[in-house]
Design a protein around this ligand. Structure first.
Ligand SMILES: [Fe+2]
Length: 290
């Protein structure tokens, strides 16, 4: 029997990494691309050059002049505008309620950079942002390899559900008043995005514990069944980075845009990580006992 064609949103929600080669929206070229590739991280305290697309404020780079700051700001905002316009047409339901997170320029070679273990990109993990809680929204990430000549190389491994079943109890499922936790997540989905005032929920704390656990677990890093993913120069790829375990092994120069997608706009909201965590038996038991 022929399988019906899955929509893009369903492919993403079923933990696929979807590649677009070549990138289907305008990218910086010529002098603008050369300018981006010349930018350098300010210090190892910054993982990437980061930009808030709402006001263009960029951080984490070595500043030489006012003109440089303005040009970088303009290019990062242009990338955000082009990426978001194209993505919004592909995923209009998500776009009806998504919140734009950060745009990043990734200038460092992933294979050789020195970072503390829980910050390393080359170890398998699900994304969880210490400073930007999602409150249960999903983390959709769009990457573009802007390296003129070299592939960017990732590995992908298990789904969130598989890792949750294996390690959730060890990591420590969210505890406390279950109904309060659910209500706070619900408020996060419908509320206006206010990054500076968004509160961390028990779900955010769990996701960060899981992120650290995975990177610190030699067993998980060695035993997880992995598949190689290679992204050619000029290609783009899209994934829910909280739903498929991934690691960035090699590559220098990428642009990336993150979006917080409300679970109310998903095709499969019951398969979202926040829903899966809530359905874990040990979490339910702890909630009833609380
Ligand atoms: Fe990641």
């Amino acid at each position: 029997m022929t399988q019906p064609q899955l929509s893009l949103s369903e492919r993403l929600e079923r933990d696929e990494i979807v590649t677009f080669d070549p990138c289907p929206f305008a990218l910086p070229t010529g002098d603008d691309l050369a300018f981006l590739l010349q930018q350098r991280l300010h210090s190892t305290a910054h993982k990437n050059i980061s930009c808030n697309p709402s006001d263009g404020h960029c951080t984490g780079f070595v500043q030489h002049s006012g003109d440089q700051v303005l040009r970088l700001r303009g290019l990062m905002r242009d990338f955000s505008a082009h990426a978001t316009h194209w993505l919004g047409k592909q995923l209009p339901t998500y776009a009806s309620a998504w919140q734009l997170d950060r745009v990043t320029l990734r200038t460092e070679e992933e294979a050789t950079r020195k970072l503390r273990r829980t910050s390393r990109n080359d170890l398998l993990h699900f994304d969880a942002f210490p400073s930007r809680p999602t409150q249960g929204s999903r983390i959709l990430r769009l990457y573009v390899n802007v390296n003129p000549t070299d592939d960017r190389v990732w590995v992908a491994a298990e789904t969130f559900q598989a890792v949750l079943e294996k390690y959730g109890a060890t990591v420590g499922l969210p505890t406390g008043d279950h109904s309060t936790w659910v209500r706070r997540i619900g408020q996060g989905l419908v509320g206006l995005f206010q990054p500076t005032t968004r509160k961390r929920t028990a779900y955010d704390d769990f996701m960060l514990r899981l992120h650290h656990f995975m990177k610190n677990s030699t067993e998980y890093q060695e035993l997880a069944s992995k598949r190689l993913q290679q992204f050619r120069p000029g290609s783009a790829w899209l994934l829910f980075a909280d739903g498929v375990s991934h690691a960035e092994l090699r590559g220098q120069f990428a642009l990336e845009h993150s979006y917080f997608v409300a679970t109310s706009t998903l095709v499969l909201p019951d398969e979202a990580p926040s829903s899966l965590v809530m359905r874990q038996p040990s979490h339910m038991d702890q909630s009833r006992a609380a």
